[in-house]
Design a protein around this ligand. Structure first.
Ligand SMILES: *Cc1c(COP(=O)(O)O)cnc(C)c1O
Length: 354
């Protein structure tokens, strides 16, 4: 491939690594030594560099601060037993950040910028990848608008940054979720399929109201009728109903999760019957009442699989059985974990080894 970039590296004078207690890391609060940066100006991405993780400076007039023209990604790196760095499906994140960027009028980045930036950063901060059970290095690539201009138009200047955080489990216990029938996360024609910053700001208030009632997260329903189940918080949602795995189809209101796609691939390999289709709230409630729903869980990079133990609908709460060691969600979590950490052969070409 001719598409390569030159990266200037300015390493830290002293690593902060020795200050970190890897046995007690709060998700997203510990930042590795370095970050990768690229700038977009004069119509192209340039000035590729790796620098110490530090403050940024830009003007109060910067577009990102006012109108939220920004997109992001989330992926994870692991270490195998020989200490090699394994990244889970980074090319999918590369494709998706550009899909999100296109929706938000942000200039796309080349594969070399994404992959070479990521590769060099992980080479440098390799020792930040924890290897205790259920830990990994969370990777956050993002792009945001920088024009100093108070008016609505696509910016002409942007930054693309990748930084990383050693993390433990995202959720420490099974989730209580409430079916949301008033607020919407996404509507047809909207930005729901993009990992666009503003989508997440808009989801905070409805989630806060649910948390005040004792729930952890929301199950989002379609914005038009609130009768069909779409996602759970910032995860895709799946149910084991009888012997089938059912999940909402992706589209412009349901984000195309990489974990979702990976779980469906494994389920297919295991010969499990899969239905990707509209799932009505009525169907789920009726099935919960009949005890047909054996498992419900969210899928996403941060949590991988997040077990749902309770679903609230209006004034009524429905409990779900605790998944045992032979349940689908337990087994698929282990399978993915084994592939990601190199304990199991990667037959689908999901692992990018550095
Ligand atoms: C990121 C995200 C997901 C999960 O995607 P993964 O690629 O599995 O991490 C699902 N839904 C929403 C709204 C998201 O932002």
């Amino acid at each position: 491939m001719t598409d390569t970039i030159k990266i200037n590296i300015k390493p830290v004078t002293e690593s902060r690594l020795s200050q970190i207690d890897f046995n007690h890391i709060d998700f997203g609060k510990v930042y590795s030594d370095h970050m990768f940066i690229a700038d977009f100006y004069h119509g192209k991405w340039q000035d590729f560099r790796i620098e110490p993780y530090d403050m940024l400076s830009f003007t109060p007039g910067s577009a990102i601060l006012h109108y939220g023209q920004s997109v992001f990604e989330g992926l994870k790196a692991y270490k195998n037993e020989s200490g090699d760095v394994l990244v889970f499906r980074p090319e999918m994140n590369f494709k998706r950040i550009n899909k999100s960027a296109q929706r938000m009028c942000i200039p796309e980045i080349s594969k070399a910028i994404f992959m070479d930036g990521l590769t060099e950063l992980l080479r440098l901060d390799k020792n930040w990848i924890p290897d205790l059970p259920n830990t990994s290095l969370y990777i956050r690539p993002y792009i945001f608008a920088l024009d100093e201009y108070i008016g609505i138009k696509p910016s002409e200047n942007y930054k693309f940054i990748i930084f990383t955080c050693p993390v433990g489990p995202y959720y420490s216990k099974p989730l209580k979720v409430k079916i949301e029938k008033e607020f919407s996360r996404a509507v047809h024609g909207g930005t729901g399929y993009a990992k666009a910053a503003g989508n997440y700001a808009g989801s905070l208030y409805p989630a806060k109201l649910a948390q005040e009632k004792g729930y952890d997260q929301l199950i989002w329903t379609d914005g038009a009728s609130h009768q069909y189940i779409e996602e759970a918080g910032t995860m895709n949602i799946m149910f084991i109903k009888g012997n089938k795995l059912i999940t909402a189809e992706t589209g412009d209101t349901v984000l195309k999760g990489i974990t979702r796609e990976s779980v469906l691939t494994i389920a297919k390999e295991w010969g499990i019957e899969i239905e990707e289709r509209s799932i009505s709230v009525n169907e789920i409630i009726a099935s919960l009442q009949k005890g047909e729903i054996k498992e419900a869980f969210g899928t996403g990079t941060a949590a991988t699989i997040a077990t749902i133990e309770l679903i609230g609908d209006g004034e009524k709460d429905y409990m779900l059985p605790v998944p045992g060691p032979d349940s689908f969600s337990t087994k698929v979590f282990e399978e993915l974990d084994n592939i990601k950490t190199g304990k199991k052969e990667d037959t689908n070409g999901w692992i990018y080894k550095i």
